[in-house]
Structures are given as C-alpha cells and as structure tokens.
Design a binder for this molecule. Structure first.
Ligand SMILES: O=C1O[C@H](COP(=O)(O)O)[C@@H](O)[C@H](O)[C@H]1O
Length: 243
C-alpha cells in the first residue's frame, strides 16, 4: 500500500448510457480547460473496450474536436490494416462515423520500422508536440495491466528515462507492442481509467482501494494531475467504500 499524490475521483455508472455520458463530460471539461490555455488539446488513447465507448461518447457528446490531437498510450506492433492495430480500429470507427475527426489528427506509431526504432521514433513524435498530456484515457485488463505494462514484466515499471518503450513477449497477443512508460503517464494533467465488466471487479478493488503494486495499473499515480476512475456497476461492485 502506498499513498496517492492526488485524490482519486470515482465516477460510478449504473448503465452504459451513464458511463458514455460521464466520458463525454470528462472530454468536454478537459478539452475546454486545455483550449483556454493553448491551441491544441492532447489526448492519449488506449485500445480494447475503450474504443467503442469513446466512439459512443464522441457521437452523442456534440463536442468540438477540431483542435484535438490523438496519440496512443500503447500500440500493437502490427501493420495498421491488421485487426489488432489500435490505430486501425480507431480509424475504422471514427473516420466512418465521426466526420468531424480527420486522419491528420492522429499521431500514430510507424510500425514499418524495427520495433526498437518504432518506440524511439514515437517518443520523438510525442516530445516534439507535447510537454504534458492534457488527458490520458486508460483501460485495464483483468490481470491489472494498463497500456502495455504487464504484471509479468515488472522491469518495465522501473523505467525512468524513456517515455515510450518496446515490449516483447506480451502475455496478451500480439506479443510485440510499444507503450508509454510511467514517467510520461504520471506527468499528465488528467489520467482517467475506464473499466467495465464484473470480471474486473476484484482487480479494480486491488488496484484502486488496496493500491496493490503487484498490478501495473496501481503504479499510475499522477504527480500533479487528477486521477479519475469511470466504472460500470459490474467493475465497481467491490469498491462501494470509494463511491
Ligand atoms: O491490450 C490492451 O488491453 C488493454 C485493456 O483492454 P480491455 O479490452 O480489457 O479494456 C488496453 O487498455 C490496451 O490499450 C490494449 O493494448
């Protein structure tokens, strides 16, 4: 157990509709706050179950997204037309359903480069455009992984210099990925986990109540930023004390 640098804000949702609304509200608040200070709103996206929820939030939220720039908190090291590509999944959803979002708003990893070079190149892209992310949207697997930081690879949590690293032998396919590291994640202005499903209820408790460092998600602890947890009824069923 260790201390949080800033308090955790929990947003429980009784239905998917409520959760999508909460996500839309978060995007609106963070984008307005960022765009009142500067000309771009920088958002880090995750893959998996977040993609559909975020698509719904953007479709129903009536948000002005012209000045938003989208990065990837992690990416699978596959060609962009591969079914496992996170960028490919967002592109397929958003460029067909969200005419307000252009392909040029995505800053994507170049997976045609060798894996190490792909990670270094993505770090350079991030550094050239962002000092501090305005918002990182994170998912969490049932094993407590977030981004592509997995419990089986504890050394990745000790990274202090690189902001983006290559991952080999990921226990969840595909095996090769790149991922943001903790120094970059914990420097963000806002970090929000979006977690759904009763299958994740016990890990949600271990990470957010017990702060059990066995789980990579428990290492997410923004130094100056706000940490938010948006959960549905299933994922939030063991954390009533926090609600
Ligand atoms: O492999 C990944 O998994 C996590 C969690 O995905 P979920 O489907 O359980 O929500 C995701 O956040 C990450 O970006 C992705 O690469």
């Amino acid at each position: 157990m260790s201390e949080r640098k800033s308090p955790l804000k929990v947003i429980p949702s009784a239905s998917e509709e409520q959760l999508v609304q909460a996500l839309g509200d978060l995007l609106k608040r963070c984008s307005q706050e960022a765009l009142s200070r500067k000309d771009k709103f920088s958002v880090g996206l995750s893959g998996g179950s977040l993609i559909q929820l975020l698509t719904k939030a953007l479709k129903s939220g009536n948000l002005k997204t012209a000045d938003w720039v989208f990065f990837f908190c992690d990416e699978r090291y596959v060609p962009l037309d591969d079914n496992d590509s996170t960028y490919g999944a967002y592109r397929a959803e958003w460029l067909t359903q969200l005419p307000c979002i252009q392909e040029s708003q995505f800053v994507r990893a170049d997976t045609s480069k060798p894996l190490d070079a792909c990670a270094a190149d993505y770090e350079a892209k991030v550094k050239s455009q962002v000092d501090q992310f305005d918002l990182l949207l994170l998912g969490m697997g049932p094993d407590g992984h977030t981004c592509s930081l997995f419990p089986e690879q504890p050394a990745t949590l000790q990274e202090t210099k690189c902001l983006v690293i290559p991952i080999r032998n990921s226990p969840k396919p595909p095996p090769e990925r790149i991922t943001f590291t903790l120094p970059l994640i914990n420097n963000a202005r806002n970090v929000a986990f979006v977690v759904t499903g009763a299958g994740k209820a016990s890990v949600v408790k271990s990470v957010f109540v017990d702060l059990d460092k066995k789980f990579p998600a428990a290492w997410v602890n923004p130094t100056k930023g706000q940490l938010t947890l948006i959960v549905d009824a299933g994922a939030g069923e063991e954390i009533t004390a926090l609600n």
